[in-house]
Design a protein around this ligand. Structure first.
Ligand code: PGA
Length: 258
């Protein structure tokens, strides 16, 4: 049993509207109240609803954190459509995702751009959830570890040892995201152990022992507990199931018991 506090994030992606984001926030605050002390819980709503979700959680004195799904690395200026770190902080965000596979593979972000975002988030004192993971063809070609290593080393280039306290790694095999196909607990554990060994090489054993490495990709109430029971899996980043209050709460409970 590690002493890392489990982490469960709800990545709402490009879903919800003003009403449904508010009711989801209210529902999650209520349903997760009993596990808030034992699991770090964070929701990542679409940017237009950040302020609304934060104020609902505040009004319920909820410990659930709010994060941005993506941020640009520049401070301000002529970057049409982008959101800065200061804006996200202003909206109550304490965390942000970087390098989610949909940003990498749908929008086309490079490892280097992801690294610039990671550094900006850490320099701005936000917790950064760096997402990495291989595509199906890469897994079938036996390249899972190679892809994870490249995305981890480039994503964390020039990150200081102390800054690692504000980093969570999300291992999300791309073929498992939104597909209903989950990595087996054994395959996920193997990838997580490899990632932890790399962090050890890069930052030393204290940092490796402290860093939370969470799993993402079709996590649901029925598979959460067996995944979270693995020694190197410290929680999950939840997409589809985070849009259902009961499912998200059941997954948070599974993490609290792991
Ligand atoms: P999923 O998404 O749970 O819908 O597979 C996970 C993610 O993309 O973070």
């Amino acid at each position: 049993m590690s002493n890392r506090k489990p982490y469960v994030g709800g990545n709402w992606k490009m879903n919800t509207n003003s009403d449904s984001s508010s009711s989801l926030a209210r529902g999650v605050a209520e349903a997760c109240e009993s596990v808030q002390g034992s699991v770090e819980l964070v929701v990542f709503p679409p940017a237009p609803y950040l302020i609304g979700v934060r104020s609902i959680l505040n009004s319920r004195s909820s410990a659930i954190g709010v994060g941005a799904q993506d941020l640009y690395f520049e401070g301000d200026g002529a970057f049409t459509g982008e959101i800065s770190l200061a804006m996200a902080s202003d909206c109550g965000c304490t965390q942000a995702l970087a390098g989610h596979s949909e940003r990498r593979h749908v929008i086309g972000e490079s490892d280097e751009l992801v690294n610039a975002k990671v550094k900006a988030m850490l320099d701005g004192d936000l917790t950064c959830v760096l997402c990495i993971g291989e595509k199906l063809e890469e897994r079938e070609a036996g390249k899972t570890n190679e892809v994870n290593e490249r995305q981890l080393r480039t994503g964390l280039a020039d990150v200081g040892q102390r800054q690692m306290d504000n980093v969570v790694i999300a291992y999300e095999p791309v073929w498992a995201i939104g597909t209903g196909k989950t990595a087996s607990p054994e395959d996920a554990q193997e990838a997580h152990a490899h990632i932890r060994a790399l962090i050890n090489e890069m930052f030393g054993d204290d940092v490796a022992a402290r860093t939370r490495i969470i799993y993402g990709g079709s996590v649901k109430p029925s598979n959460a507990a067996t995944l979270f029971d693995q020694p190197d899996i410290d929680g999950g980043l939840i997409g589809g199931a985070s849009l259902q209050v009961e499912d998200f709460a059941a997954i948070a409970k599974a993490a609290s018991g792991a």
